[in-house]
Design a protein around this ligand. Structure first.
Ligand code: TRP
Length: 434
């Protein structure tokens, strides 16, 4: 093992960093809009089913492969079998593609922080969001600023950068969400929002919903691009990875549900469209803020905390290619970060412009931003997760019995890792490509 590999200062730090990676824009921005596009409560039911049954396995397996091999993605796969090197390399590549659209949304948050503290006269937030994302210059600059922030923390290294954000800001974020939920529930017609979220109409169930739910589950838990593998490889001591896995899943699901309960009542109360897509949060929330006392301050606090959550996730995405570049190609951390800044910018800028000047440019009928989201969440992440489970189950031969005391659960784990999860992932890929 290499001497100067980074490692976590304690088990708690590791868990917080992993939760910090999981909880991010995926929970607050992506989850509500994907749910809105897929019919609400039925989607939630499918999503929760997947989270509670099969998601444990790939998450756990990624952490264990990292912890066991103590290497970055390519090295980790190679350590199991040199032929798998290329499959390992798909992880940092996926990471670069994810970051290229994730950071755009980070830039939008910066804009909304600015708006919170200036007295704007906006009345139609839907129209505002449209014209803001279509304007070329400011969104591009903000994307780069957000990218720079994440790269800055990553460049500072594993210990210094991430701990504060996770220890202090996450709990504060939960508190502000609860305050907003209380307000949202007090609005007229709030009940409609709750019904939309919790009263499933199973006749609407379809195969595409499984694809969207699994894509969302993998995305929000940071599974399928080596982020957890890399974080797992920095673990020195954690005898109870099972418990850490539950903690990550529980916290992540909690934040997603809080976001839903905060948004949907307000969406119905203001007569907005739940299926309107990527702008959902950025249209609904400003409405709420404009209605409540001290809305500007609450809005500022909310978006700053969301920014913190997005940064801790952004760091984990960047850490994957950084770990590969530093360990495998012996590039210094700072140089790796600089190179990545340019590579990610080169993809993010056209993607940012895909809402405005480049909106006519389509790949498989999608603009660049939607294409990057689609190709990573619905294709690359399930594919990476598939290979990871196959490698962990069939080649590394991870056995549930060594981690899980209950014999029945251990057997279920083995069966799930070798058969159920890989087959489900293949099925989902098939539906996605059809
Ligand atoms: N899980 C994060 C979120 O919900 C995003 C994220 C961080 C991610 N690291 C990842 C997604 C790795 C996929 C893979 O916002």
């Amino acid at each position: 093992m290499e001497k100067n590999r980074p490692s976590w200062s304690s088990r708690v730090t590791f868990i917080l960093a992993a939760v910090g990676s999981a909880v991010g824009l995926g929970n607050i921005w992506r989850f509500p809009y994907i749910m809105g596009q897929n019919g609400g409560a039925v989607f939630l039911a499918v999503y929760l089913l997947l989270i509670l049954t099969i998601c444990f396995i790939p998450l756990f397996a990624e952490l264990v492969v990292g912890k066991f091999t103590k290497k970055e993605c390519i090295g980790a796969y190679e350590a199991i079998n040199p032929k798998f090197k290329f499959l390992g390399a798909m992880n940092p590549i996926t990471g670069v593609l994810i970051s290229s659209f994730y950071f755009i949304v980070g830039g939008w948050i910066l804009n909304y922080i600015y708006l919170s503290f200036t007295s704007s006269k906006i009345t139609d937030y839907g129209a505002y969001f449209g014209s803001f994302t279509q304007s070329a210059l400011i969104p591009c600059i903000l994307t780069l600023v957000f990218l720079f922030l994440c790269i800055f923390f990553t460049a500072r290294g594993v210990k210094k950068g991430i701990e504060f954000a996770n220890n202090v800001l996450m709990p504060l974020f939960a508190v502000i969400l609860v305050v907003l939920i209380a307000f949202s529930l007090s609005l007229p017609n709030a009940k409609l929002g709750l019904e939309y979220m919790f009263k499933p109409d199973f006749s609407k169930l379809n195969a595409h919903m499984f694809l969207a739910a699994l894509g969302q589950a993998l995305f929000t838990l940071s599974i399928g691009m080596g982020a957890l593998l890399t974080y797992g490889s920095y673990i020195k001591e954690d005898k109870n990875i099972t418990k850490s896995t539950y903690t990550i899943i529980f916290s992540d699901t909690l934040f997603a549900l809080l976001a839903g309960v905060m948004l949907f009542p307000a969406i119905f109360s203001f007569g907005l469209e739940p299926s309107s897509g990527a702008g959902l949060v950025f249209v609904t929330l400003p409405y709420i803020f404009s209605q409540i006392p001290f809305g500007g301050i609450v809005s500022g606090a909310f978006f700053i905390l969301l920014l913190a959550a997005a940064i801790t996730s952004g760091i984990s995405i960047i850490e994957v290619p950084v770990a590969t570049m530093t360990e495998r190609f012996k590039i210094s951390r700072i140089n790796a970060c600089t190179i990545l800044f340019f590579i990610i910018s080169a993809i993010s800028i056209p993607a940012t412009l895909s809402f405005g000047p480049f909106s006519e440019f389509k790949i498989i009928g999608k603009n660049i931003f939607d294409f990057l989201d689609f190709i990573t969440s619905n294709f690359l992440m399930p594919l990476n997760a598939f290979f990871l489970c196959v490698i962990a189950g069939w080649f590394l031969k991870i056995k549930g019995g060594t981690f899980i005391r209950n014999r029945v659960f251990a057997a279920l784990f083995d069966f799930g890792l070798k058969f159920v999860v890989p087959i489900t992932l293949l099925l989902v890929l098939y539906i996605g490509l059809k």
